[in-house]
Design a protein around this ligand. Structure first.
Ligand code: ATP
Length: 356
């Protein structure tokens, strides 16, 4: 399948600082793609280059095979929503949404009709004549979304649009944005540093770190098959166990901390005996017990802290000075208290190998 938006060899240098290096990405029509990564990893810079507000130092950008690199932002047909809504304070909701159509010289009667329909789609029917200051943060953000969508953009760019909202509103807006995006089928790039938001909303997540793409894949693939140590650590919780490969043919590794074990899935290319690797063990894939569970790999651990969440609990323990995190069903934690010695148990299928 040919891609809709193609980003090839993107590089951005600010003075002597390289903010982006070798960014390659293909986005399909109608896809909802999230840029996820820590602060300063290059998400916004990439978005601003796509929008045309920043000039790339190197690289190519095309939509349906046509270069957009030399187009001014207003000529790119891209809708954008920022964290701070940037609505016109003296215009009503309706006029805010009509504005991009006015800029495109759409006849007022027809434009107002479109703006009304868009306000209805974002759930703001009846709010047409309110000014921004008469609306809540969530409502203002819906107006901003309607304004970004009303001219039927080729691409919708959302830069932390929910960052200023409280948790409940944030969650309901996540569902709303997803619904609206699906209804219109608009190709969307969403920037966030909130991994649950990325996991729940995206068709694909692009993980950024230090100006590079670490992995671009579907949410569950990112979670279950992290390509690098960074992704394993950044997405969800992980125990990252340094180890040495002892026999690649039989998938054996030796960890100074956890002992000898076999591993399941993970990197398969260019592996050799003696190679230093990282074994990823997710906290929810390990079991705790008073005595070792037969048929499983196991190691002892001293319980330091138990954090109860009701339906589950996070048990944080130490083994040889290293912290281990195990997540257990809430009912299971009653067998343990802080200071206890216990066993951590796991199986080969739960051990994921990363080499980078
Ligand atoms: P956040 O989640 O904090 O928004 P981000 O991943 O979006 O982070 P960017 O805003 O893309 O990160 O910034 C990437 C890097 O480029 C950062 O180190 C930032 O300081 C730097 N940077 C961004 N804009 C400029 C600029 N105009 N001049 C110099 N450095 C810049």
């Amino acid at each position: 399948m040919t891609s809709y938006l193609n980003i090839a060899g993107l590089k951005k240098v600010f003075g002597t600082f390289t903010a982006l290096e070798n960014v390659d990405l293909d986005i399909q029509k109608g896809e909802f793609v999230t840029f996820l990564g820590p602060s300063g990893s290059g998400k916004t810079t990439t978005l601003m280059i796509i929008a045309g507000f920043e000039q790339a130092t190197k690289g190519k950008l095309t939509i349906e095979g046509q270069s957009i690199s030399n187009l001014a932002p207003q000529d790119r047909n891209i809708g954008i929503v920022f964290q701070n809504y940037a609505l016109f304070p003296h215009k009503t909701a309706l006029d805010n949404v009509y504005f991009p159509l006015q800029m495109r010289k759409v006849d007022r009667a027809e434009g107002i009709k479109k703006a009304q329909a868009m306000l209805e789609l974002v759930g703001l029917k009846g709010f047409e004549h309110r000014h921004p200051k008469e609306m809540s943060g969530g409502q203002q953000q819906r107006v901003a979304l309607a304004r970004a969508l009303v001219f039927e953009p080729d691409l919708l760019l959302l830069d932390e649009p929910l960052g200023a909202l409280d948790k409940n509103l944030r969650e309901s807006m996540q569902i709303e944005i997803k619904r609206i995006q699906k209804t219109l089928g608009v190709t969307t790039i969403f920037v966030t540093h909130d991994q649950t938001e990325a996991m729940s909303m995206s068709d694909r997540i692009v993980v950024f770190s230090q100006g590079k793409i670490e992995q671009a894949a579907a949410p569950l693939e990112i979670y279950h098959k992290p390509r690098t140590r960074f992704v394993a650590d950044f997405i969800g919780e992980s125990n990252l166990i340094p180890a040495t490969l002892t026999d690649v043919a039989t998938r054996r590794a030796e960890s100074p901390l956890m002992g000898a074990m076999t591993y399941g899935d993970g990197a398969t290319k260019d592996l050799r005996d003696g190679q230093e690797v990282t074994l990823v063990l997710r906290p929810e894939h390990m079991k705790l017990s008073r005595t070792p569970i037969e048929g499983r790999f196991h190691a002892t651990m001293k319980v330091e802290t138990i954090v109860n969440f009701g339906d589950n609990a996070l048990v944080i323990g130490k083994r040889d000075g290293t912290t281990l995190r195990v997540r257990v069903p809430g009912a299971d934690v009653v067998i343990l208290k802080e200071g206890d010695d216990c066993y951590v148990n796991w199986i080969e299928d739960n051990v994921y190998l990363v080499t980078e």
